[in-house]
Design a binder for this molecule. Structure first.
Ligand SMILES: [Zn+2]
Length: 439
């Protein structure tokens, strides 16, 4: 018998490996940061003992959810300006608010609120595009949550962060060299979009990504405005333009990808570009419907992102799964599209793979890191239960998530964070709310 740190037992275990079959009365053995074994409890209990047995009736265990596109610090702009088109929302509300408030202190406090919201909702890893990512990185190490932190790049200076465009690259390179050995922080470079970043900056960002073998993340083909603007500037669509300047590769994950031709979908599949599908943000900003069913059919790796809380307005991947699974059925006129198994696969293994972390996280498999969730199924909205995948995609709520483990450590226990002071985070948010409101 081998002694392990934890044995986690549940009525239903979804490893998201192999044929995705459900393991009834399953268990996971965890030691240190690693998953040692997973299978039926009868087998696990013959091989391992542990002082810490996490178990209970009517529970489900599945891998931590992955949010492949957000701007975490924007939680402080949640609900600040709603019901507007993207460019008006950005130019008249979000960019002025960021210009006034966004600094290191803001990011430090706001990221903590975003992490609290995400961890309690079962999100164990997120991809970010923002500024002051070194500050966010220190927060993640302290909280024990994973982030692919994209150092933002735009064509104009940003007071307090980048006095000139060169500073974006200096900040990005410093981030990469500071965090390349971290278990929690995965540095990334994030040119904003084709309408805010010129060719030189895209090429410089790509060269840095290539030099250090780190991911590159951008917004792509989000709106019709973006496509028209790209056509006007370069005579090409955003996807054609990025292909032309050598950006499309396995290292690239692109948020949105709403306005794509069939040829562009084939190109994204061929170049192994990952897509972060942000359905709720696309719906709220009336950006359009990404051709997710076609992308999946053509072999494009698609995962879920929430985008920032100012355009969603929450950071729940369970919400994205449920919305996407329904909307794409209606849009395609085909109720078999984006079934519940596919939705959970996109939220876990696909997410890990498009971030280049597929060998570490995204499924419950011996040798991978122990990032997992225990949810309580003893809820009226989860009764009766015929298909666990269906319940996770269509019915499970963030409040049903009881325990969250990241890297073998429990970060949420009985719905309460164990590495954060929730009351203090809420108080700080109220202080910022009063400041931002009075401006
Ligand atoms: Zn975004």
């Amino acid at each position: 018998m081998q002694n392990v740190d934890y044995i986690i037992r549940a009525d239903y275990l979804l490893t998201m490996e192999g044929d995705l079959s459900v393991i009834k009365d399953g268990a996971v053995a965890v030691t240190g940061s690693d998953i040692i074994d997973a299978g039926i409890f009868a087998d696990i209990s013959k091989k391992y003992t542990s002082q810490k047995l996490l178990s209970g009736k009517n529970k489900v265990v599945f891998p931590g959810l992955i949010n492949t596109h957000t701007h975490a610090a924007m939680v402080y702009f949640r609900g600040l300006a709603d019901d507007l088109p993207l460019m008006e929302w950005l130019q008249n509300h979000i960019w002025p608010a960021e210009g006034k408030w966004m600094n290191e202190d803001f990011v430090n406090d706001a990221v903590e609120l975003a992490c609290l919201e995400m961890l309690k909702a079962g999100v164990t890893t997120y991809t970010d595009m923002y500024f002051f990512q070194d500050t966010a990185g220190k927060k993640l190490e302290k909280l024990g949550m994973r982030g692919v932190l994209g150092a933002g790049v735009i064509d104009f200076a940003f007071t307090g962060y980048a006095k000139s465009v060169d500073d974006y690259f200096i900040n990005a390179e410093n981030l990469i060299t500071a965090w390349k050995a971290s278990e929690f922080v995965f540095p990334c470079i994030a040119p904003h979009a084709t309408y805010t970043c010129g060719t030189d900056n895209y090429k410089r960002a790509n060269a840095l990504s290539e030099k250090y073998k780190v991911p590159i993340h951008t917004h792509l083909a989000e709106t019709q405005f973006e496509v028209a603007e790209c056509q006007r500037r370069y005579g090409k669509t955003p996807v054609e333009y990025l292909e032309n300047i050598g950006l499309l590769s396995e290292r690239l994950s692109a948020a949105h990808c709403v306005w794509l031709t069939d040829k562009e979908i084939e190109l994204l599949a061929m170049k192994k570009v990952g897509v972060a599908h942000c359905i709720e943000s696309n719906l709220k900003l009336a950006s359009g419907f990404a051709p997710v069913a076609k992308m999946l059919k053509e072999g494009v790796k698609v995962a879920f992102g929430t985008d920032g809380a100012a355009s969603n307005n929450d950071l729940s991947i369970l919400g994205e799964m449920s919305t996407a699974a329904k909307v794409h059925k209606a849009v395609s006129g085909d109720p078999t599209v984006l079934d519940s198994k596919t939705a959970l696969l996109m939220a876990t293994r696909n997410g890990a793979e498009i971030l280049g972390l597929g060998d570490k996280i995204g499924s419950i498999k011996p040798g991978k890191k122990a990032d997992l969730i225990i949810a309580n199924l003893e809820q009226p909205h989860l009764m009766p239960l015929y298909d666990i995948y269906s319940h996770i995609t269509y019915c499970l709520r963030p409040s049903d998530i009881e325990t969250v483990m990241v890297n073998g450590k429990i970060v949420v226990e009985n719905g309460k964070p164990s590495t954060m002071d929730e009351a203090e985070i809420m108080d700080k948010a109220r202080i910022w709310q009063e400041k931002i409101k009075s401006s």
